[in-house]
Each structure stands twice: as C-alpha cells, then as structure tokens.
Write a protein that binds this ligand. Structure first.
Ligand code: DUC
Ligand code: ZN
Ligand code: ZN
Ligand code: ZN
Length: 484
C-alpha cells in the first residue's frame, strides 16, 4: 500500500518548495507534482518536514534510587505526538557491568518503542573490559557515540584519567565522545556545604551547580578531547560559560558540538525561587535552569551555528518520585520531561518569534543531529530512498500544554499552561501514520533500532599536540624535506 502526502510545502534544512511525497514500504519513493497513492494525506497549508530526532532521552532509566517514569512505550508515544520520529537513549552500565550486558537490558526495554531509536553507550567506569568491548560495540552493534558523566560523583562520574583513556580509545575507533559537563567534585563540595548550612530545599540544587561548574568541565573536556583527537559532543549546554568554550573550540577548527535543551531555552531559574516545594522539585534537573542572559546566549548559539542541535534530556519523574528528596535536595531525582513539547515549543519560541528560520528549525531538530550521529540521509532528510519519518506540520494549529492531555506517564508538565502554535497534523514513522489529525495511532513495537557506523577519522589533524609529535616528513618528491 502506498501513501501520498498531497498539497504541502516541503521544508528541509536547506530548501522550501511545493511538492507531493509518495511513500511505499516505509521509504520515500517519489517527490514530485500530482502524485497519487492508495492512502492520501492532505497537507494543504502545512509544511512537510523530516520527523524530529531527539538525541538525548532517558527512558526507564535506573537513576537515583528509582526508574525514570516514561518507558519506551509512553516515551515514544509522546515523541510521535509532538512530531519526533526517532529518539536516542543512553545505555547505562552499572559499575563493573560490561557494555554488551547493559545493551542487552536496553534491547529488552526498547522492544516496546513505537518509533525508531538508537542508543548512545555510557562509559560509567573504566577498565580493560570496557576498553575491549568498545570495539564490538562500535563495529557490530552500530553505536558510535559514548557518553561520559563528569558529575554524579560516587555513582556515574568518571575521572580525568579515565576520560582521557576512553577518549583516546574512541578516537582510534572513529567514534564520538559525549560529555555531561559539570565538575562533579565541586558539585559534591557545594552540596555538602549547602546542606550543612540548613539549605535542604530544591532551590539549593540550583545553588550547588552554578554556571562556572559547567563552564570549567566543558573547557576541560574540550582540552582532553583535543589531546586525543576525538570529536566531542557536549550534552545539555545550559550557560554562556559552556557555550563560550564551545564557540572558541569551533573557531579553532575543533570538532565540538553543543546541544542546548528546549527546557533551558524557554524556562528560567525563577522555577526554583519563591515556589512551593513540588513546583520547584519537579523542575530539578542537571544542569539547572538559568537566567535570561544564559538563555539569550543559547538562542544566539542556535542562530549563529555555534550550537548545533536542540534536545530534551527527557528523564521524567512523577511528583511522588520527586518527593524522595523532601528534607534533602540531593535526593530529588534529577530530570524533566519534554519529548512531546520540544518541536511545538521551539517552533513557537524560535520560528514564530523570528529567531530561527523554518530551515534552521529542521536543521536543529533533525538534520544536524542525523549528520552528527551518522544516520543521515536515512533519517533527517526528505529525499527519495530516505525512511518516511515525516511530520506534516500545521503552523496555525494551537494548544495549551496540559499534563492532563499529554502522552507522558507523569502527573505534571514543566510547560503547563504554555500556549504553543505549530503542531503536527500527521506524524509518520517509516510510513506508518502514527498521529492522524489529533488521533493517536501508534503501534507498540513498530520502532526499529538504527545502527550508526563509525566516522572516517577526519579529526586526527585537529590536535596541535598531535602535529608536534607526529613523525617529521622525510622525502616526498625527491626534494629533501626542509624540516618544518
Ligand atoms: N541530568 C538530569 O537532570 N537527569 C538525567 C541525567 C542528567 O544528567
Ligand atoms: Zn546529563
Ligand atoms: Zn541526560
Ligand atoms: Zn509498522
């Protein structure tokens, strides 16, 4: 059975034009005028865009004594509802657990996904087993991104020697290093001090993780990456200090990408101060929300291209789970949701305000991500041969975000009450219409794992240090080398 999307305007990361899209077998088979198919979707007045890719989710993740509340079933349903057709989740080994063991757990959970997905591998400890398994994770499992937590001391955090060793190994495999950039030692010190002074409430969470903590770690990760020649992806960039480090690195030719979250772009630190406990605790995440100066910096980064993608770090906990931290803010499970709201919120606050063009919107929600993670143009493109992961976007459709009508399993929404304009009319996952004019038609288990090959190692010349220690050229064309 073929499906045709008629009368829409195709918007990709670089083009805007009117054409119909014909789909068969989950793929785009033709783009052109006056196409017909068995099933017709009317896109009059709408934009036909690559489905969103959220490169940063934590579905059913064991964390801080509990599990994040959205699993691959509710999480991917929320994603599709908001126009996102692929999520990339983090497979997290427990300390001492092998990488393939952890991946087996994530394989089991992800069988319920209703949209396509991939995994990043987290490096939560270091040893010979991790070093050895990395190769088959990259080559056989098709996972080319490895995340390192520079925070969560005593749990997920890795130290600089471990990070250096891991980055060097990843460089040799053509993989990408990712970091959660916060100085975990300083966070632990500040947290203990705040608690000792009697600051137990959720606002102390924000005081324990000031922007300097993030800026320092971002700079450190960039320098360690440069010493190994590994490309670096910095998740949840929330402040000017980290953004500034990324800008500088990119200007120096380093392969460094920054990922702000829709939450940091649109919510600020007033979420924590003079609020009731539940309100503030529901918004506790790391890094915390910042002030307007930092938000302006993140928007500027998206506009100028120094920041590359917009994610959610979707890691949702119920109010009951958040209350584990009553009396001690360090026990509030860290995380907020956003999967369903990322695209409408970015459209509303980015495109409708004139900060981003429609093409830039597609770039930062989908195409740039697919390119960095190496699944383009299967994903992130409207091209013949690409997967029919598409969103038919109605720029005039509005709603008020409300927990009671969301797909997520939690009992609140950090964007509660916000008006959004720009919503999916249809969302297609490999040709299956999962959202049909407001009606959810998701199929549990429809989602498939997306393998991502390693990159060709373009990055080895980035490091000045490498150049200085590289063997000197001897003879090329019969002319003796002059030695520089
Ligand atoms: N930050 C969060 O807020 N939650 C999950 C992990 C993280 O780094
Ligand atoms: Zn993180
Ligand atoms: Zn995260
Ligand atoms: Zn299907």
């Amino acid at each position: 059975m073929t499906t045709v999307i008629k009368n829409g305007t195709i918007v990709t990361a670089d083009l805007t034009y009117k054409a119909d899209v014909l789909i068969d077998g989950g793929k785009i088979i033709e783009i052109g005028q006056n196409l017909s198919g068995d099933e017709k979707l009317d896109a009059t007045g709408c934009y036909v865009m690559p489905g969103g890719i959220d490169p940063h989710t934590h579905l059913e993740m064991p964390f801080m004594g509990t599990y994040s509340a959205d699993d691959f079933e509710s999480g991917t349903r929320a994603a599709l509802s908001g126009g996102t057709t692929m999520v990339v989740d983090f497979a997290l080994p427990a300390p001492g657990q092998g990488l393939h063991d952890a991946l087996q757990m994530w394989d089991n959970k992800s069988g319920r996904a209703s949209c396509d997905y991939s995994f990043h591998m987290a490096v939560t400890w270091w040893g010979e087993q991790v070093f050895n398994e990395m190769e088959s994770v990259v080559r056989d499992r098709g996972i080319n991104t490895f995340k390192h937590f520079m925070a969560y001391k005593g749990a997920l955090m890795v130290n600089d020697d471990e990070m250096y060793a891991s980055f060097a190994r990843l460089a040799s495999l053509g993989a990408i290093a990712m970091v959660h950039a916060e100085n975990g030692d300083v966070v632990a010190e500040l947290s203990a001090k705040l608690l000792a002074e009697g600051n137990t409430g959720p606002e102390a969470h924000a005081y324990s993780r000031p922007p300097q903590v993030e800026g320092e770690a971002a700079n450190r990760a960039i320098m360690i990456a440069d010493m190994t020649g590994v490309p670096l992806y910095i998740v949840h960039v929330s402040c000017e200090e980290a953004h500034e480090a990324i800008r500088r690195a990119r200007m120096q030719g380093k392969r460094v990408w920054g990922e702000p979250l829709i939450q940091h772009l649109t919510l600020d630190e007033s979420a924590y101060f003079n609020q009731d406990w539940d309100h503030a605790a529901r918004r506790v995440m790391s890094p915390p929300f910042r002030n307007k100066m930092h938000q302006d910096s993140l928007w500027a980064g998206l506009q100028s291209g120094s920041l590359s993608v917009v994610a959610t770090d979707h890691c949702a906990f119920t109010t009951a789970q958040k209350r584990y931290g009553v009396g001690d803010f360090t026990k509030i499970p860290n995380g907020t949701g956003g999967l369903e709201d990322r695209m409408p919120m970015l459209w509303t606050h980015g495109v409708r305000t004139g900060r981003l063009t429609m093409n830039e919107f597609v770039a930062v929600t989908s195409t740039n991500i697919a390119k960095i993670l190496n699944c383009y143009p299967r994903k992130g493109a409207v091209l013949v041969g690409a997967d029919a992961d598409l969103v038919v976007w109605d720029p005039e459709k509005s709603k008020t975000i409300m927990a009671k009508s969301q797909q997520s399993a939690i009992d609140y929404n950090v964007f509660e009450g916000k008006e959004v304009t720009g919503l999916p009319r249809f969302t297609l996952t490999r040709g299956h219409v999962a959202v049909h004019d407001g009606e959810m038609r998701t199929r549990e288990g429809h989602g498939q794992f997306v393998k991502r090959a390693p990159n060709t190692p373009t990055n080895t010349a980035l490091s000045k240090w490498k150049e200085l220690t590289a063997p000197r050229p001897v003879e090329r064309t019969g002319i003796p080398a002059t030695g520089v």
